[in-house]
Design a protein around this ligand. Structure first.
Ligand code: N01
Length: 515
C-alpha cells in the first residue's frame, strides 16, 4: 500500500508499525515450526518491479525466517523503510468535525493528522488470544504464547513441556517441540483435520521452470476459487465410481496441501454428501498415521466436516504421537480444570510442567481493529457499531460512519491466499483514492445500505457451504467464549468476489458518497 500510494500516486504517506521491523505476522510468530502453508511462489508479491525480481524461494513452503528475509528484502530494495515509523503503536483515531481529516493517536502520546487512514492490521497476529483458565497467572514455569514468541527463543531441552491448542499453530509447533523437549504433553480439546504439506526444496531447474511459469500462475490465482493457481476437476464427487474417487483422492493426497481440498472435486465444500466421502477418506488417513488405536481415535474429528473450519496443513504432526516422549491428553475425556504453580490440573490429576505453550489462537478478524479506539462521524465508536450489527463492511474495504477510513482485507472480505487478496485490495483502494483526488472531492464514505446488502449476501452465501457445520472456531469469531457466531468472510469463489469489486469500480463507485 505504501509503495502504491507513495511511488505510484505520489502521495505523502507514513506507515505506523507497532513492531520493530517489517513482516507483520511473520515478525511476531517465531515459534518452532512456523512456516507458511501456502506455496511460496504465490505467497509473494505479484507486481512487476525489477528491483525485487531476483528473489529466489528455497522451496514449496517457506519457513518464518525466510519469509521475514523476503519482506526485509522487498522493503529495502523498494526503499520503503524511510516511510515507516517502527515501534509506534496506534492507540486510536478520531474523525475531525470537518469529516475529512483523521487525528491518529499513538500509544506514546503523539497525534498525527491525515486525510486518509488505511488500516493494514491484518486479521490475526496483532491480537493473540489467551483463554482465562483458572490459575494461569500462578504458573511458575515458563509461559509463552506462540504469537508472542521471544526473539531469543525458549530453551526446551530437557524440559517437561505442554502445548495447549491444536489449530494450525499447534499442529506446526508440536512436531518441532517434541524433538527438543524431554517430554511433550499435547492438550487437545477439539481434534482437527490435517493434510500433509509434502514440503520439498527447489533445485535450480525447478526454480527456473517456476520463474518461467510465474506470470501465468499469478494470473490463474487471481481468477481462481481461493487465490491458488489450480482448479477442481469440474466433477461432483457423487458422480464418479468409488474406484475413481479413491484414485483421485489418493493422487491429491500425495500432492498434499490445500490442493487436496480445492483442486479435486467441485462440491467438497458445498455439498455435505460429497463432503462426507472425502471427510471419511481423511479420517482413515489419520488412523493409518497413528500407531496406537486409542490415541488415533482421539485425533479423529467427529463433530465437524472437513473444510468447515480453516483447513490445516502439517509436516509429521500425526506421526509425532508415535514418539515415546509425546503424550496426547484428550481434554474431552479428561477435562482441564486449571493451572497450578507447577503444572496443569486435569480431572484425573496434575501433570507437572516446566514450560506451558499456549497455541490458543487469536481474537481474530475484528480484534486487531477493536484494539484501537476508532471514532468516526458524530463520535461513533467502531466497537459500538460492530457490537450492535456485527462487523458490517462493504466488501471488506470500508464501513459507513467512518469516511476516509479503509481496510486492507477487513471483515467481510475473503479468507483465501492472502497475498493475492492483499494485492487486489491495495490496487482497488489506490484507484478509489486516486479517483477521489482527481475529482477534487475531500470525503468518501460508503452508503450504509451497501454494507447491509453485502452482509445479507455473505450470510446467504455461507449457507451454501459446509462452514455452518464447523462449530466454534475463529472463522466465525466464536473461538472467543461468549461471542456469537458471525459470518466474517465471503465464502463464494474469489473470482466472483474480484468481479464484484471490479464492477463497483467500473460503476464509478456507486456504493460510495464522494463529496
Ligand atoms: O489458532 P486456532 P491457531 N481450552 O484458533 C484451543 C493462521 N495460521 O493459532 O478448537 C482448550 O485455530 C482450540 O481448541 P478448540 C491460520 O489461518 C497460519 O492455531 O476451540 N483449548 C484450538 O485447538 C489459522 O487458522 C499459519 O476446541 C483451547 C486452538 O486452541 C489461524 O492462524 C500457521 C482453549 C486454537 O486454534 C489460527 O491458528 C499458523 C481452551 N480454553 C496459523 N482455548 C500458516 O501456515 C483455545 N483452545 C499460514
Amino acid at each position: 500500500m505504501l509503495y502504491k500510494l507513495r511511488d505510484d500516486l505520489g502521495l505523502r504517506v507514513l506507515v505506523l508499525e507497532e513492531q520493530d521491523g517489517v513482516g507483520g505476522t511473520w515478525y511476531m510468530n517465531r515459534y518452532p515450526g512456523a512456516r507458511c502453508d501456502t506455496e511460496s511462489v504465490v505467497y509473494s508479491y505479484g507486481f512487476q518491479d525489477e528491483r525485487i525480481a531476483d528473489w529466489r524461494w528455497s522451496g514449496k513452503y517457506p519457513k518464518q525466517d525466510e519469509l521475514l528475509r523476503y519482506f526485509d528484502f522487498v522493503a529495502d530494495r523498494l526503499d520503503l523503510k524511510r516511510s515507516i515509523e517502527f515501534g509506534t503503536r496506534v492507540s486510536g483515531a478520531t474523525l475531525d468535525e470537518s469529516g475529512s481529516t483523521w487525528t491518529v493517536n499513538t500509544a506514546d502520546g503523539r497525534s498525527l493528522r491525515t486525510q486518509f487512514l488505511i488500516s493494514a492490521v491484518g486479521m490475526l497476529a496483532s491480537a493473540p488470544y489467551a483463554p482465562k483458565i483458572p490459575g494461569l497467572e500462578k504458573f511458575a514455569g515458563t509461559l509463552v504464547h506462540t504469537g508472542a514468541w521471544p526473539r531469543e527463543g525458549v530453551d526446551l531441552a530437557g524440559k517437561r513441556v505442554a502445548v495447549l491448542g491444536t489449530g494450525s499453530t499447534g499442529v506446526q509447533t508440536i512436531p518441532q517441540v517434541a524433538q527438543q523437549a524431554e517430554h511433550l504433553y499435547v492438550l487437545q480439546r477439539t481434534p482437527q483435520f490435517t493434510i500433509p504439506a509434502r514440503h520439498h526444496e527447489y533445485d535450480d531447474a525447478t526454480w527456473a521452470e517456476i520463474q518461467r511459469q510465474r506470470p501465468a500462475l499469478f494470473e490463474k490465482a487471481r481468477w481462481s476459487l481461493g487465490g491458488f493457481p489450480w482448479e477442481h476437476n469440474g466433477k461432483s464427487a457423487l458422480d464418479v465410481s468409488s474406484e475413481e474417487l479413491e484414485a483421485v483422492l489418493e493422487e491429491m493426497w500425495a500432492r498434499g496441501g490445500f490442493e487436496f481440498l480445492w483442486g479435486s472435486y467441485k462440491d467438497l465444500l458445498t455439498n455435505p454428501e460429497a463432503n462426507k466421502l472425502v471427510t471419511d477418506f481423511v479420517k482413515e488417513k489419520i488412523r493409518a498415521r497413528v500407531d496406537d488405536p486409542v490415541t488415533a481415535e482421539s485425533l479423529v474429528p467427529n463433530d465437524h466436516p472437513l473444510g468447515s473450519r480453516r483447513p490445516i496443513v502439517d509436516t509429521n504432526y500425526l506421526e509425532t504421537f508415535n514418539r515415546d516422549n509425546v503424550t496426547l491428553l484428550d481434554l474431552r475425556r479428561d477435562a482441564l480444570v486449571g493451572i497450578t504453580e507447577t503444572g496443569v490440573r486435569l480431572e484425573s490429576g496434575e501433570v507437572p510442567l516446566d514450560v506451558l505453550i499456549l497455541a490458543t489462537g487469536f481474537d481474530a478478524v475484528t480484534g486487531p481493529y477493536l484494539r484501537m479506539d476508532l471514532r468516526g462521524r458524530d463520535g461513533k465508536r467502531l466497537a459500538d457499531k460492530w457490537e450492535t450489527h456485527g462487523p458490517r463492511t462493504h466488501l471488506g474495504f470500508a464501513t459507513s460512519w467512518f469516511p476516509n477510513f479503509f481496510m486492507v482485507g477487513g471483515p467481510g472480505s475473503m479468507f483465501i491466499n492472502y497475498a493475492i487478496l492483499m494485492e487486489q485490495h491495495v490496487e482497488w483502494l489506490a484507484d478509489l483514492i486516486a479517483r477521489v483526488r482527481e475529482s477534487g472531492a475531500k470525503v468518501v464514505e460508503v452508503h450504509e445500505d451497501a454494507e447491509v446488502h453485502w452482509a445479507e449476501h455473505i450470510n446467504q452465501q455461507v449457507d451454501r457451504t459446509v462452514i455452518p457445520l464447523g462449530g466454534k472456531s475463529w472463522w466465525t469469531g466464536s473461538n472467543i467464549p461468549g461471542r456469537e457466531r458471525r459470518t466474517l468472510f465471503y465464502f463464494g469463489a474469489y473470482r466472483r468476489y474480484r468481479t464484484i469489486c471490479d464492477e463497483e469500480a467500473a460503476s464509478g463507485y456507486q456504493s460510495y458518497a464522494i463529496s
